[in-house]
Design a protein around this ligand. Sequence first.
Ligand code: F6P
Length: 319
Amino acid sequence: MKKIAVLTSGGDSPGMNAAIRAVLRSGHHHDLEVYGIYDGFKGLCEGNIRLLSREDVSRIINRGGTVLGSARYKPFLEEEVQKLGADRLKSLGIEGLVVIGGDGSFKGALALSKLGIKTIGLPGTIDNDIASTDYSIGFYTALQTIVDSVDKLRDTSFSHHRCSVVEVMGRYCGDLAVHAGIAVGSEFIITPETGFDETKTLQAVQTSYEHNKRHAIVVVTERITDVKALAESITKNTQYEARATVLGHVQRGGSPSAYDRVLATEMGEHAVSLLVNNLGNRVVGIRGIDIIDYGVEEALEMKKTVSNKRYGLVGKLLR
Ligand code: F6P
């Protein structure tokens, strides 16, 4: 293999740049030419592809977002469009591709593998919803952003005897909410894994009041319930006045944490090693402290395991 390419796809995540840098630097270490594909699978199909130099990845290890740009590109679900993408790579003599993104991006990578391109997926998403890895690139940075924001909310909630209802991202995965809930000492967490029980939520908030707490914090994963309506219900049915805050896309930005930079660098290097060994159709992950890889199909079939102990922790610390 002489030429490889790298793209970022789906929602961006802090640390993607560190992964791009690691792919380029490891590629050069193995005397490969490394191409950057701009704006994900969309850019691939449109031929938005450029040979990267060492300078292109200078001073990006600390930058949030992705210098290559990203996109959610539905047309890539269609076989004809996938073929167009594979042909673009073949016409440039590119045999290997590193795809940094979430589960959806891995499906795109799988399609290209079937069309003869050796692809390696790296988990890049703040949601941490990928079963084939303990942690995805960006998760811990987003978590810290949430914790910093909730710490600020606590200052004002405390001053006003209020309850803060905070909606965090995660799509269908509660990892951001449960980790944030523990880290900020919240009264209650609501995630896809716990489900939403309004009565229990109100009871937990009221219990906090009865323990003379001046403020309460409820952390909720997006898409479960309307946080504004929940705040109104808390105001009506408990002794706290409540306010809802949707943290939104600030969670995706910012300079990656040291952990995410290290993880991205290790994963990027691992991806290139696989390609150099002529392996494709694999995704990289971390289990414990080990960087590992699985076949893409196997990885996509895995179900994420949920730590019930971790989910139970917030309730246990309420009193
Ligand atoms: O997958 C990352 C994520 O930030 C999710 O947490 C969120 O549901 C989604 O992307 C938002 O997507 P978009 O930026 O396309 O609105």
